[in-house]
Design a protein around this ligand. Structure first.
Ligand code: F6R
Length: 609
């Protein structure tokens, strides 16, 4: 999600802005920018990709003497991630600069009115209406604060805004409505931010702005005004009890558990601004530049490694079922050595949390000369894969610190579902039901996370076993593979994922009372078939843990070790099932005393082949 930082007073405003933006990186973003004022002259610098690239750009210019500035990390919603769409946005004569988090719902209407009045817009963003609107009111002889308030009164939606004006180079103007904004009170320097992590290194004293409040922040003073009630408000600074490391880890004992518990938020972050249930729209800004090419795609090849590969398998089912385009998923390390034909109507989707996985990069490089459209589903902004692909959709899961991928899997499946919906162009009968259901998944996930203790008890019961089989059919099959991988890497226990229908073709021979099976039989047309496999396992004395949908009564005939997930559409089940399997592997690893965040022999980013 977008992030805001601002600094007024002192000497090193530019480097403080860059540091602040770096601390906001964990929220996910795809471009960044700053605007500073130096002797009534403004400098606005923006960059697509990492804040580090923006930093290099700022090093090249002479910004070091600026005493006021605002910065922003943008996560594209209205318009692609480009320098023009990045914040800060300004009015035509470059005197007003604005950064904004949230969505201005009536921006099209405001834009139309301003355009009639001669205003020209250069970006596709909703934010750009704000500096022009302020400019409009400044022209009617308002002072800046006045014009700012008049503009705020015209906006509907949600926002945290920070603005600077070259003619009042001692003040940052901020406002909020349904989007967080706080003011950091320092000594000879004040700060504004959307998130305490951006300013915590400089001050512990903060004022939290409330809805409908705006503030004028100078080096020495903070004046707060409620623009709905038209009344000044006495600012009440609070002390920030905030340890950055703790803020990231919270009360969780391990990053892995925290990241599993991030799942509901991860889905919201991966779909905010992209999935709009009210208007029935799926809008992927990152694919806008290749919309025309996408119309001619008749084959998709997905390449990835490990968990990203399993997310890709879910994506295969989703894209084929929803968009009707044939998909093939290949492990990147195999793909790169195969000799297969490609046509110009093929699209390659590379999935990667880190965006730096050597095999996946090699797979992309392999198709370089075939005219294949190269797309990325990547989490780390500005990473190699995001740069060498033609277009893509960021996962926006924020940094994943634990070596094992959990929230990245959830984000990847969400993004692949969005891609499937977007490619279907609204024609699939699943389009509307899935848009609506995706909005329900975060709540359903909470009910799964609430079962963490129960899953821990099951893990205790099963922690003595040294072999596991994970089975499922349809969408549950890639989940079985992911569950087995997570158990292997976190506990070093042997586990295999199998299509349930394959049991009779070999694996059934392994089953005895020492070989448990983890069965995923969540509600689908295939559940009965999976349950017939379960009866074969039971008949051979194999212990069974089952994940089923609420309301399934027949499972009790086979096992008492059951985890129930809320009812959902078959296509969104992997998001719920994935979280159950992640929790089970986590608890097993803790019970067995393993290093859950740093499993032996593994690296977070596999940058060698
Ligand atoms: C499993 C895991 C790995 C990664 C794989 C690909 O939990 O973390 O299997 O999924 O190494 O990494 P990325 O997604 O960074 O390309």
């Amino acid at each position: 999600m977008c992030g805001i930082v601002g600094v007024v007073g002192g000497k090193s405003v530019t480097s403080l802005l860059i540091d602040g933006l770096k601390s906001l990186e964990y929220r996910g973003y795809d471009s960044a920018g700053i605007a500073v004022i130096n002797n009534s002259e403004a400098i606005n610098i923006k960059q697509v990709g990492q804040v580090e690239l923006l930093e290099r750009k700022t090093n090249e210019s002479s910004l070091s003497v600026a005493k006021i500035g605002i910065g922003h990390t943008r996560w594209a919603t209205h318009g692609e991630p480009t320098i023009t769409n990045a914040h800060p946005h300004s009015n035509a004569d470059g005197t007003v600069f604005v950064v904004h988090n949230g969505i201005i719902e009536n921006y099209k209407e405001i834009r139309r009115i301003l355009e009639k009045d001669g205003y020209t817009f250069i970006s596709q963003t909703d934010t750009e209406v704000i500096p022009h609107l302020i400019d409009y009111y400044l022209k009617s002889n308002s002072d800046f604060k006045d014009a700012f308030i008049k503009a705020l009164n015209d906006l509907s939606g949600s926002y945290a805004i920070a603005a600077i004006y070259t003619k009042t180079p001692d003040s940052i103007y901020v406002a909020r409505l349904s989007s967080p904004l706080l003011i950091g009170v320092g000594k000879d320097q004040n700060y504004v931010a959307s998130d305490a992590s951006a300013i915590i290194n400089h001050t512990q004293k903060v004022i939290y702005l409330k809805d409908y409040e705006m503030a004028t922040v100078t080096t020495k003073k903070v004046q707060v005004h409620n623009f709905k009630r038209k009344a000044d408000v006495k600012p009440e600074p609070e002390s920030l009890d905030f340890d950055l490391e703790k803020a990231r880890l919270g009360d969780f004992p391990h990053y892995l558990l925290k990241e599993i518990f991030d799942a509901p938020e991860t889905i919201k972050l991966a779909s905010a601004g992209r999935i709009r249930p009210k208007s029935n729209i799926v809008k992927l800004a990152g694919l806008e530049s290749v919309q025309e090419q996408l119309k001619y795609i008749d084959r998709i090849v997905i390449v990835a490694c490990g968990t990203s590969y399993y997310a890709g398998l879910v994506g295969e089912y989703l894209i084929e079922e929803i968009a009707g385009i044939p998909v093939e998923v290949q492990v990147a390390s195999e793909f790169k050595y195969r000799n297969e034909p490609f046509s110009k109507n093929t699209a390659l989707i590379a999935i990667s949390q880190s965006g730096e996985t050597a095999d996946t990069i090699a797979a992309i490089n392999k198709v370089q000369d075939y005219g294949v459209l190269k797309l990325g589903v990547v989490n780390v902004v500005g990473s190699t894969i995001s740069r060498i692909t033609d277009a893509g959709v960021y996962c926006h899961a924020g940094p994943e610190l634990s070596v094992a991928s959990t929230k990245a899997f959830i984000a990847q499946v969400t993004v692949l579902l969005e891609i499937a919906l977007s490619l279907s162009d609204g024609k699939s009968k699943l389009y509307k039901p899935l848009i609506n259901e995706l909005a329900e998944i975060p709540t359903k996930l909470i009910s799964i996370l609430n079962q963490s203790d129960k899953i821990e008890s099951l893990a205790k019961k099963y922690s003595k076993y040294r072999d596991f089989l994970y089975i499922g059919r349809g969408y549950a099959y890639p989940c079985a593979l992911e569950g087995a991988l997570k158990l292997k890497e976190l506990t070093y226990i042997h586990a295999e994922g199998y299509p349930a229908g394959e049991m009779k073709h070999g694996p059934l021979a392994m089953i005895d009372s020492n070989f448990p099976s983890f069965v995923i039989a969540t509600g689908s047309s295939l559940t009965e078939k999976t349950l017939s496999n379960v009866s074969e396992i039971k008949a051979r004395g194999g212990p069974i843990i089952a994940v089923v949908s609420e309301g399934n009564k027949s499972i009790k005939n086979y096992t008492g070790d059951v985890i129930y997930i809320p009812k959902t559409l078959e296509q969104t089940q992997p998001l719920l099932v994935g979280t159950v399997l992640h929790l089970f592997a986590y608890h097993m690893a803790v019970i067995l005393g393993k290093n859950v965040d740093r499993p032996r022999n593994l690296a977070k980013s596999v940058t060698v082949e």
